[in-house]
Design a protein around this ligand. Sequence first.
Ligand SMILES: NC(=O)c1ccc[n+]([C@@H]2O[C@H](COP(=O)([O-])OP(=O)(O)OC[C@H]3O[C@@H](n4cnc5c(N)ncnc54)[C@H](OP(=O)(O)O)[C@@H]3O)[C@@H](O)[C@H]2O)c1
Length: 321
Amino acid sequence: MRVAVTGAGGRLGSALRDALGGSSFVTDLLAWDLPEHDLDDPESAERLVGRDRPDAVVHTAAWTDVDGCARDPRLAMRRNGTAAGEMAEACVRHGAALVTISTNEVFDGRRTDGRPYGPIDVANPANPYGAAKLAGEQAARAAFGATGDDFAGAALMPAGRCDSTIPPLAIVRTAWLFGPPGSDFPLKILAAAERARAEGRTLDLVSDEFGTPTYAPDLAAAIASLLAAADGDGRRVAGGIHQVVNGGSASRAEWAREVLRLVGVTVPTRDVPMSTWPRPSTPPAWAVLEPTPLPGGPLRDWRAALAEYLTEQIPTQEASR
Ligand SMILES: NC(=O)c1ccc[n+]([C@@H]2O[C@H](COP(=O)([O-])OP(=O)(O)OC[C@H]3O[C@@H](n4cnc5c(N)ncnc54)[C@H](OP(=O)(O)O)[C@@H]3O)[C@@H](O)[C@H]2O)c1
């Protein structure tokens, strides 16, 4: 299979290049990123898909600055909504399957029954980033003719089964990504803890925002499995709305304390509400996704993934000081 990845230099894009590059079913891996692939250019998707003719595109490129999206909702809609639709239309025109990445922020997070959001729950974004990502989902579904309830529930079928009536479109919702490259939540918490310790302060941690930390390499392996499951049957991806997150859930404070525990950092901490730091974008308070079945079984618990990541990451950090 010839697979193209947009946003190839980003957190998920980098992990996908590793996961797909090592997969036996991938014959060619095309890495698309700025300036060649530009979400601001309405011709960009058609130009690349028409030129390179991939069998499948994994569309990770997005404007992921949620506060930036709240300051400029029109640009957010262009990059995260309209451009996803253009990529879907180009894929349909050239017979390529599409995996497009979406977010837990399509839900408003106001649920209070303690249950996770499922793929057939009604989306209702609470901020411009979520609204634009939902518009991207809807535009992709319209392009593939995947507007019915059967599409939304298709990923709940036994893992790996590819229903031939479902179009070759996989919407993959995920949450709270961590992993290389660049600074992510675990590395930001470690830096904040170091500052708090140096200044003799308490480290304030948000305890009323919940989600599922997800390790980008685990998500990338799951996406590879959705492509591999369909390889050979002419459909090229297990279609539907997939929700792919590591196991378990946590508040930001619980996630931060696990980072500190694993690295052995001791600093006094205090639970605070998210309202402590007013932001242009309001994150959903309860943004926990129900994972849908995967061909290789559920992803491991987020704590196990975090432990592996920090074991690999911290020596690298120490060496680069
Ligand atoms: N991060 C999370 O916690 C999270 C949670 C849920 C869902 N998601 C979704 O998961 C996907 C991957 O996220 P990520 O964390 O890997 O994001 P990321 O690290 O910010 O990477 C985004 C990629 O998109 C590229 N990009 C940004 N603006 C672009 C533009 N105008 N034109 C073309 N490419 C552009 C970036 O290129 P440059 O680096 O050159 O700017 C980068 O390669 C996104 O669709 C995101 O919405 C992320």
